[in-house]
Design a protein around this ligand. Structure first.
Ligand SMILES: Cc1cc2nc3c(=O)[nH]c(=O)nc-3n(C[C@H](O)[C@H](O)[C@H](O)COP(=O)(O)OP(=O)(O)OC[C@H]3O[C@@H](n4cnc5c(N)ncnc54)[C@H](O)[C@@H]3O)c2cc1C
Ligand SMILES: Cc1cc2nc3c(=O)[nH]c(=O)nc-3n(C[C@H](O)[C@H](O)[C@H](O)COP(=O)(O)O)c2cc1C
Ligand code: SF4
Length: 674
């Protein structure tokens, strides 16, 4: 690639310099990473909603969009449902419409060609047995695949080539082969999952043979379009692909005419290294991209937890990658590129890697969504409308739900008073971000504080709202976003002693740990995070739970693999001891007394932190209703859930209310105020 020059007008000169892949010019170095959205139509075509979802990202200034995994051979190659297809000429028209919409908005567009291999389930493949390099089940779905024979391979090669031909017909600017994350090409590349004894297994050269043939087939089908190969530079499984082999594969792909390498990591059973959890640091995979870049002379795309333009800029400037792919950052804020280009970095809604989006698609037919951006995956939904009355709306509770409600009401034309009993904004986000390596939640808190400062919302911190206080203000509307409270523990003596505290209060910063050793009772999310928090401060910690199942720790964490990895991070602390099957019976001034299997246990304790669950805090509803005040309840106050549920509750309930009040009202701008 050409050397980069510095343009002093542009805050991120490397990022916003034009780039090239084969003969395709891109206006900047930013690419949207492929992300399954569950927005495909049932027949595998591009739905109207999917088109709008991608169009919004193109409008936001991204150089090129890589459309999500698109199956080359349905149903056998499907990895989910609904999923896009490109295995039938009838599907070309809807892809062409998508291409036109994205081109009209000023971006390039590429499609990711996909075959699931063994990483699928008969519910997706219409009951057909998955095919794979070897008859070894994927550890996630645990369905025995059939080892592919020569006829299967020829069939798959033809399917990849034909899909590439259709991509050309649809007008795509590039095609990407999904050769990462354990799907069919990666399944052949990996010695952990390919144990064939023929010319397609064994040595690296043999394992590369079929994926290289796929790349050749796509190269043929794609004509003069750039062909990108996405690979996992490290699968993070024993015996799986690692960087040395990935570098060799990248060289061979270049030699047969592949035009760019997209450097991802992980596989199905290590989804935590593909869609990284909150504790993975920003840009952690870039050194792997850099090693691949040193092995080839074609462009390299770096991806994974890249959230700040500064990080992306530096990656290009220091030669770790030629292009940066943004995944979740664009779910959170489609305008990320435009805002970065304009130097408006504080306005970028920051993805926290909370993976609420993953939970959405993981639960079936729910469209992808973003915790912080209620319109992601819902782009065709009617917006809130302008009410414009300047009537008073009182919002109680300045957590994510209350702040989202306040900003939406402000934009809809209300006069908004936001009351928070604590001295700090969003204590719930402080609690969410308190444990080590969870500080991304504080990015979101800073962002919300910035948005509030630039709104007309009147924020009153340290202001406890009661029914009488609210009624005295005669508001037209009240939004209760009062969050949750600690569940009380019954039948335990000594809970009024000074060593007993609420784990939540400590994490939220309204209380502190005075001395160790620290016993934490309750090992749900709050207890586990309190243990890491206290251990991180150097205290000796006992994390005690009544449950005798170690795998039940932090039960609410999405997906088994995330929970397993989370538990591993707790076990890695030398100063945390996990005690299972122990029921708290009483507390004395410097000890706790528990019972396990009928035996009494006593541990010395400087502090006991209780974390036995949270309940909705909806105390004010009944009083407000009795006073005849119109009230909406949102977030944890309805049901203790996640940040995304609070933000969505607020936005959509207010949307419905404004449209009820003013059915003919003018829609407010999409979501940028939030
Ligand atoms: C340790 C911990 C870790 C978590 N980790 C995550 C995570 O990783 N990802 C995730 O999505 N979610 C996480 N959560 C959950 C998340 O914090 C909540 O779901 C979210 O904060 C709920 O938002 P909310 O606005 O409904 O309530 P809250 O954020 O709880 O806000 C309610 C606010 O109302 C205020 N309030 C209550 N009553 C009154 C009153 N009468 N007058 C004035 N103010 C009042 C409270 O002080 C509080 O600030 C975590 C929670 C905890 C405790
Ligand atoms: C909801 C979701 C769906 C994804 N689907 C795909 C996919 O279809 N194909 C793929 O190669 N990677 C997929 N990924 C991985 C992303 O492309 C990306 O590599 C990963 O999210 C890390 O980048 P990020 O931190 O910028 O999100 C998906 C990720 C998410 C969050
Ligand atoms: S839901 Fe969470 S992880 Fe997903 S894009 Fe939004 S902020 Fe990022």
């Amino acid at each position: 690639m050409k050397p980069l020059t510095k343009n002093m007008e542009q805050p991120f000169p490397h990022l916003f310099q034009a780039g090239r892949m084969r003969n395709l010019a891109l206006k900047n170095r930013l690419i949207m990473a492929p992300m399954e959205s569950n927005l495909a139509a049932e027949d595998g075509s591009v739905s109207d909603l999917m088109r709008e979802y991608y169009r919004a990202r193109a409008v936001g200034g991204i150089g090129m969009i890589i459309v999500e995994y698109t199956c080359v051979d349905r149903p056998l190659g499907l990895g989910g449902q609904p999923q896009l297809g490109l295995d039938d000429d009838a599907l070309i028209a809807s892809h062409a419409e998508l291409v036109r919409a994205v081109h009209a908005a000023g971006s390039r567009i590429c499609v990711q060609l996909f075959h699931a291999g063994r990483q699928t389930h008969p519910k997706f493949t219409s009951g057909r047995q998955p095919i794979a390099a070897s008859a070894i089940p994927c550890p996630m779905y645990r369905k025995m695949p059939r080892e592919m024979n020569a006829a299967d391979m020829n069939h798959v090669l033809q399917k990849f080539r034909e899909a590439a031909e259709r991509a050309v017909k649809a007008g795509y600017d590039a095609v990407e082969i999904h050769g990462a994350h354990g799907y069919l090409p990666a399944n052949f590349l990996s010695a952990a999952s390919n144990q064939r004894s023929d010319e397609f297994g064994g040595s690296l050269a043999n394992r590369q043979r079929f994926p290289l043939r796929i790349a050749e087939a796509v190269r043929q089908g794609a004509g003069d379009l750039p062909v990108i190969f996405r690979l996992s530079a490290d699968e993070f499984v024993i015996g799986g692909t690692q960087i040395d082999e990935a570098m060799d594969t990248a060289r061979r792909l270049e030699a047969i005419g592949v035009d760019a390498i997209h450097v991802s990591t992980g596989c199905h059973e290590r989804i935590d290294r593909n869609v990284d959890p909150v504790w993975m640091p920003e840009g952690w995979r870039l050194p792997l991209a850099r090693q691949i870049r040193e092995a080839v002379s074609i462009p390299v795309i770096g991806v994974g937890v890249i959230r700040h333009p500064e990080v992306a800029e530096q990656a290009i400037a220091e030669g770790s990658a030629d292009f940066i792919a943004l995944g979740r950052a664009l779910l959170a804020d489609p305008e990320w590129p435009n805002k970065a280009a304009a130097g408006r970095t504080a306005d970028i809604r920051p993805c926290t890697s909370c993976n609420w989006c993953v939970a959405q698609i993981g639960t079936g037919h729910t469209p992808v969504g973003c915790a912080e951006n209620p319109r992601t995956g819902r782009e065709t939904q009617p917006q809130p409308v302008f009410v414009g009355s300047r009537e008073l709306a009182v919002v109680v509770g300045a957590g994510p739900g209350g702040i989202a409600a306040s900003l939406t009401l402000d934009r809809a034309g209300y006069r908004v008073l936001l009351m928070e009993r604590q001295a700090a904004l969003a204590p719930g986000l402080l609690a969410s971000g308190a444990a080590p390596k969870k500080d991304k939640f504080l990015w979101y808190r800073d962002y919300l504080a910035h948005k509030l400062r630039h709104s007309n919302v009147e924020l009153r911190l340290g202001s406890m709202a009661g029914v009488a206080d609210i009624a005295a203000l005669s508001p037209a509307l009240v939004v209760l976003a009062t969050g949750s409270r600690d569940r009380e523990l019954a039948g335990v003596d000594g809970l009024d002693l000074p060593l007993v505290k609420s784990a939540y209060a400590v994490l939220a910063g309204s209380d502190s740990i005075r001395q160790g050793p620290v016993v934490i009772y309750g090992a749900g999310e709050v207890g586990c995070e309190a243990a890491k928090f206290a251990a991180g401060k150097g205290f000796d910690v006992i994390l005690a739970t009544r449950s005798s199942d170690a795998n039940a720790l932090s039960r609410s964490t999405y997906l088994r693999i995330y929970r397993e990895q989370f538990i591993a991070t707790i076990r890695a602390y030398p100063n945390i001891r996990i005690e299972l099957g122990a029921a708290l019976r009483s507390v004395s001034p410097d000890a706790v007394h528990l019972e396990r299997d009928g035996q009494e246990i006593t541990w010395p304790a400087g502090q006991l932190l209780l974390a036995v669950g949270r309940l909705p805090n909806d105390d004010l509803s009944a009083g407000l209703e009795a006073a005849g005040i119109s009230t909406l309840v949102v977030g944890d106050a309805v049901d203790v859930r996640r940040i995304g549920d609070a933000v969505h509750d607020a936005y959509w309930k207010i949307r419905d209310m404004t449209r009820r009040i003013n059915p003919q009202g003018v829609a407010i701008e999409s979501v940028d105020f939030l």
